[in-house]
Design a protein around this ligand. Structure first.
Ligand SMILES: Nc1nc2c([nH]c(=O)n2[C@H]2C[C@H](O)[C@@H](COP(=O)(O)OP(=O)(O)OP(=O)(O)O)O2)c(=O)[nH]1
Length: 162
């Protein structure tokens, strides 16, 4: 007998916010989930759960400070896309922001490995199932950085363009 959606056990909704930090070379920062946590070893976008009463942007600013020791301004968090994924025990809803400006050098405060990853290598990092549909939009944002950077270089090397 086919199961109707109503027959599925209820899962709680978990709201997580995450950031694709993009550097000037068009690379994105990924963090490896530490041992002892669910999905350990997989590579994810830095972020975490939104606390009750907290705005998504405030939560992301807090998580990036706690996890990476970087300061971001909310105005530098640009909404990109979101993930909506049914894990076995919960439904994940995860807005993903692009961040191109921050203060500080990202470091793995909680002992997590970090990697700056270029477009060509993104496929080689194993990510949580929820993140797979995010890769396309992140790649587009990475390409935009490189195109914008090239325009700036072209402008400085060609004074007649200014
Ligand atoms: N930060 C982040 N979390 C992700 C991504 N993809 C994905 O499925 N997740 C899931 C993993 C976790 O279940 C949840 C993130 O919550 P979290 O990092 O605050 O929680 P956690 O499981 O590490 O542990 P805890 O804080 O509850 O102790 O979202 C991603 O790209 N970034």
């Amino acid at each position: 007998m086919a199961t109707s959606p109503e027959a599925q056990p209820p899962r709680k909704l978990v709201l997580v916010v995450a950031a694709a930090l993009l550097n000037q070379d068009g690379e994105v920062l990924l963090a490896q989930r530490p041992q002892g946590k669910p999905m350990s070893g997989l590579w994810e976008f830095p972020g975490g759960k939104v606390d009750p009463g907290e705005s998504p942007e405030a939560a992301l600013k807090r998580e990036l400070r706690e996890e990476l020791d970087v300061i971001v301004e909310e105005q530098n968090l640009e909404p990109l896309t979101f993930a909506s994924h049914a894990y076995d025990s919960f439904n994940l809803l995860m807005p993903l922001y692009v961040c191109r400006e921050w203060v500080g050098t990202p470091s793995g405060v909680e002992g997590q490995q970090l990697a700056w990853v270029d477009n060509a290598k993104l496929d080689t990092f194993e990510m949580p199932a929820a993140d797979i549909p995010l890769i396309g939009p992140v790649r587009s944002a990475m390409k935009k950085t490189i195109v914008a950077g090239k325009d700036i270089m072209d402008d400085t090397s060609n004074p007649q363009k200014s």
